[in-house]
Design a protein around this ligand. Sequence first.
Ligand SMILES: [Zn+2]
Length: 309
Amino acid sequence: MIDRRCLLFSAAALAAPRALAQSPGKLSVLASFTILADLVGAVGGDRLAVTAMVGPGGDAHVFQPAPTDAKRVADARLVVINGLHFEGWMERLIEASGAKPRVVVASEGVKPRDNPDLHDDHGHKKQDRHGHSHAVDPHAWQSAQNVKIYVGNIARALAAADPEGAAVYAANAQAYGRELEALDAEIRAAVATLPQARRKVVTTHDAFGYFADAYGLQFIAPKGVSSQTEASARDVARIIRQIRTEKIPAVFLENISDPRQMQRIAQETGARIGGALFSDSLTAPDGPAPTYIAMMRHNIRELTKALAA
Ligand SMILES: [Zn+2]
């Protein structure tokens, strides 16, 4: 059985870009998820027809390709994946498709960080919230410096697949690299405005490890609270205790949809409730995070708003 949710995701991802993938004269590139598709587009511009296998809002960790997705792989000249065990389904899909597209691992050369999820409080090995037990944290794109490495890999791969465009790809990669440098500086400047003691948030996201390492914010997981299910009243009481003892100024809690629970946390702790942070997927073009750079700017805006003194 194919998960209904995943069917919806792949249907959404297929809809518009499919026609593009068949555009004559353009190099067809398939990226595993939206963030990579955006980076590929930034380097390739209109020489490419880029599509993302997992569309906006989809969860690439748990994506289950539909049988027809093998055709999308077969139609692609180049497939771009994150690597770091993020999208094992893509490797299996490529094999199942029988096609032999060039495959670029965008994260190659990035210094991987250990997956903090891998051990519970007692040092036991456990699975992450997606049911995987990866040795490394795959979310390397949460550091703009890492994304410069991604972009270099993508530009080289595009040039190898389409030598005529090599100069264009190199120039675009250089220009985008400057945007990434500016973004990186912007994030550092934003964090620098925050008092040292306030640079920590509680979040159920487990995707900000590279961001934390690069920019000096602390992301604290709520203790003993599953990020998969709606938090119970007992979970909320535990979160409140943790916020008080660790003096955490802000919380971004995805798994509490009950506004009364959130109000209780805010009232009893004085912590600010943050808005949505985007980690693994861009939004649709009319959403708050339609590109990688817009996503990072959105997140830093939300974080500084919640953490400002
Ligand atoms: Zn993730």
